[in-house]
Design a protein around this ligand. Structure first.
Ligand SMILES: Cc1cc2nc3c(=O)[nH]c(=O)nc-3n(C[C@H](O)[C@H](O)[C@H](O)COP(=O)(O)O)c2cc1C
Length: 244
């Protein structure tokens, strides 16, 4: 139905490394993009992310060396840091739990609603709890081993797996944001080329937060595009299992 529009958005999204100095990006454009990013799919609807919108000139200037003096950062009109917040798990599990509770109200909970309460009340603590001694991770390993012994089970073991979960969702939010910028006639450059320690300090982020990527936004220039889009062949990228 919207294939043509979708294709033109996907094709116009390029990593643009130099933005026009004299063309501003209205705040409403970024706000709309951030609202679209909030609608990205995310693990268990836990929304363990935070989008840090940097529009203050002084902070933008301070971020340039942190982003390794990349031209995209230096010429950006706005920067948005997509940040994982696994430390919000308790609060967000409770928020989801309360939504199910509210849906139940005074009536007897349905099977689906009971499953919802168990999911946010029992499963999410099992997935996201972390402690100094590693006891939560050990319990998680044991549960995964026992449950997965005979039947398929989602194996979330150590702390690394928790980090991967939150980064996956956060990257999808970043991509949704970039596509939204393209749809609104602006350009972006996603960056992992930055100093994470200094960036976290500049944004007042706690230890548990991690920056998935920083997206530079502006009106792109032709110099900002590094030639034709290059991709490996379809056959090298797509592995087809079976036939129809
Ligand atoms: C997670 C991630 C990190 C990236 N980091 C940088 C970066 O630090 N600097 C940069 O110039 N481009 C960066 N890029 C952009 C890629 O180089 C670019 O997307 C790729 O070459 C494909 O080009 P296209 O986006 O124009 O299709 C990054 C892209 C992603 C997805």
């Amino acid at each position: 139905m919207f294939l043509k529009e979708f294709e033109s958005i996907v094709n116009s999204r390029r990593a643009n490394r130099k933005f026009a100095e004299d063309i501003p990006v209205p705040d409403e454009v970024i706000e709309t993009g951030l609202k679209h990013a909030m609608l990205a799919p995310n693990s268990s609807n836990m929304q363990l992310w935070e989008f840090h919108w940097i529009k203050d000139a002084a902070l933008l200037n301070a971020m340039t060396p942190i982003c390794l003096n990349q031209t995209a950062a230096r010429t950006a009109k706005h920067l948005v840091a997509f940040v994982t917040r696994r430390d919000y798990w308790k609060e967000h599990a409770q928020w989801n739990y309360d939504l199910v509770k509210k849906e139940i109200g005074d009536k007897e909970p349905s099977k689906k609603e009971k499953r919802g309460l168990e999911y946010y009340g029992v499963m999410m603590p099992l997935v996201y709890r972390r402690d100094w001694l590693g006891i939560a991770a050990l319990i998680r390993r044991i549960v995964c081993f026992i449950k997965g012994f005979k039947n398929p089970f989602m194996r979330i073991n150590g702390n690394r797996d928790q980090n991967i979960i939150v980064h996956k969702s956060c990257a999808l939010a970043a991509q949704t944001f970039m596509l939204s910028m393209s749809a609104q006639g602006f350009d972006t450059c996603p960056m992992e080329g930055f100093d994470p320690l200094r960036a976290k300090k500049a944004l007042n982020l706690p230890k548990a937060a991690e920056i998935t990527m920083i997206v530079a936004v502006g009106k792109g220039t032709t110099e900002g595009i590094q030639g034709e889009r290059k991709r490996l062949p379809f056959e090298k990228t797509v592995v087809v299992h079976g036939t129809h």
